[in-house]
Design a binder for this molecule. Sequence first.
Ligand code: FAD
Ligand code: MLT
Ligand code: ZN
Length: 486
Amino acid sequence: MFGRLMTRLRECSHSWSAYRRYTSVTAEDVTAFRAIVGPNGVQTDGLDAYNTDWLKTHTGHSELVLRPKSTEEVSSVMSYMNERGLKCVIQSGNTSLVAGSVPIDNEIVLLMGRMNAIESLDTASGILVTQSGSVLQTLEEYVNERGFIMPYDLGAKGSCLIGGNLATNAGGLRFIRYGSLHGSVLGVEVVLPDGQVLDLMSQMRKDNTGYDLKQLFIGSEGTLGVITKVSILCPLKLKHQTVALLSLKSYDHLLKIYDKIRRQLSEYLTSFEMMDALSLEAVVKNLEQSHPLGSHNEFYAMIELSANDKDHMESRLSQVIEELMSEQLISDGTYANDDNHNRFLKLKSYRERIAEGLLRDGYSYKYDISLPLNVFYEIVEVMRERLKDTDCLKVVGYGHIGDCNLHLNITSKAFDKRIKTTIEPFLYEYVAKHKGSISAEHGLGLMKNSYLKYSKPVEAIALMKQIKKLFDPKNTLNPNKVLPND
Ligand code: FAD
Ligand code: MLT
Ligand code: ZN
């Protein structure tokens, strides 16, 4: 299986420009694809949704969408495209926030949603094996019914697919408790750009045999191969969940609360999220929701706790909240537990729907950075000052404070180049100065690839380019994404 890969390793020194001769899809190609994926697996009309990203910032010109049902079909499609020099972009739920999942030009769109068979859940170990086109929410419900949860949770869970989650190394709301997909994914099956199937479907938690190749595909954003199958370790579902929303006056108070809750409720804590007043306002006003507390404040913390012993968890939570009140660290709060499931989901939605609310302003400039907590919110204030003479509508900060991951978002009625050049590259220089990351969870895709140098040294970028050439020597898979073009 690795014979062809070895040959490529030797070819890596060849100039990439020699491979930039792409071809366009012909009627014969469409006939050949119909023979592989069947007539229902080929679409040539009504492709607008597949050519447009979630943020509606980029539009591609693909004229062909393919919907394979099996690894064998993906393999045949990839092999055919490779031979012909046809470009391709893999698309799962198309919720990418960096335009990673849409064509730039006329790439064929490989749509993964029909590969949605759940193969097994081992209820002794919690290991789930599924095709990569399963919707995250469907998987969550499937494992919940059998006493487990998925190790991650995102606001996009109703649309995103597990293959897309792995390809972006999605973080989300449970990261603080269950960590990264680099830890919970045990195995993947991948189809390489030339059609080879790479079976790395381990179901073992411990395996130190050679380089851990599956890690290369986690976070590869569709540039190295097509993830077709996944095995993932699911934690046990604790019987009770409680979510609390607390309002407070300052970022300094937020840090004190975070410290106290982490120390006193650590055995229960599954998420610790923050949002500022304008982030909550984007949900309340733009999505026409009632204010969850009635009284406005500068900052909000949303914490989620899980336990089997509900009484103990809730009495510990009340105790901590009383202390926070008496120390005047919080001004107001509310909570819901999943005995009242609708109220519980509604309260969580004030955090989960911020991205959707902000987009209603018209245009969102989205930044997804890691910063040390001592300077975490400072950049929002710096940016407000820098942008005060522009036509921007909001400068907001929210995110996964427990993971040092800030979502700095700026909105305006429509795209405005002056706003963008006031933000970039200043923001990336600020992040680099504080040794943060320019992308903590959404990846680089098309929107951030040229800024990779602010987070990685030149030597690392050069190695990444060699890895891309090794796996995709013709540069046909999601070309011009992730890695800088220079
Ligand atoms: P797509 O958007 O279709 O694809 C994403 C990238 O992966 C593309 O580059 C694509 O080519 C590649 N790809 C897709 N499928 C495969 C495959 N099978 N094999 C190889 N490559 C593939 N992200 C977070 O990390 N945390 C969050 O909390 C979070 N919340 C979000 C909330 C909302 C409302 C939205 C819209 C997005 C959010 N995101 C979040 C970003 C996004 O949802 C995630 O990155 C998600 O994992 C993408 O999954 P998808 O199925 O939509 O993939
Ligand atoms: C979130 O945490 O809500 C997501 O990453 C989406 C976003 O950045 O808006
Ligand atoms: Zn996020």
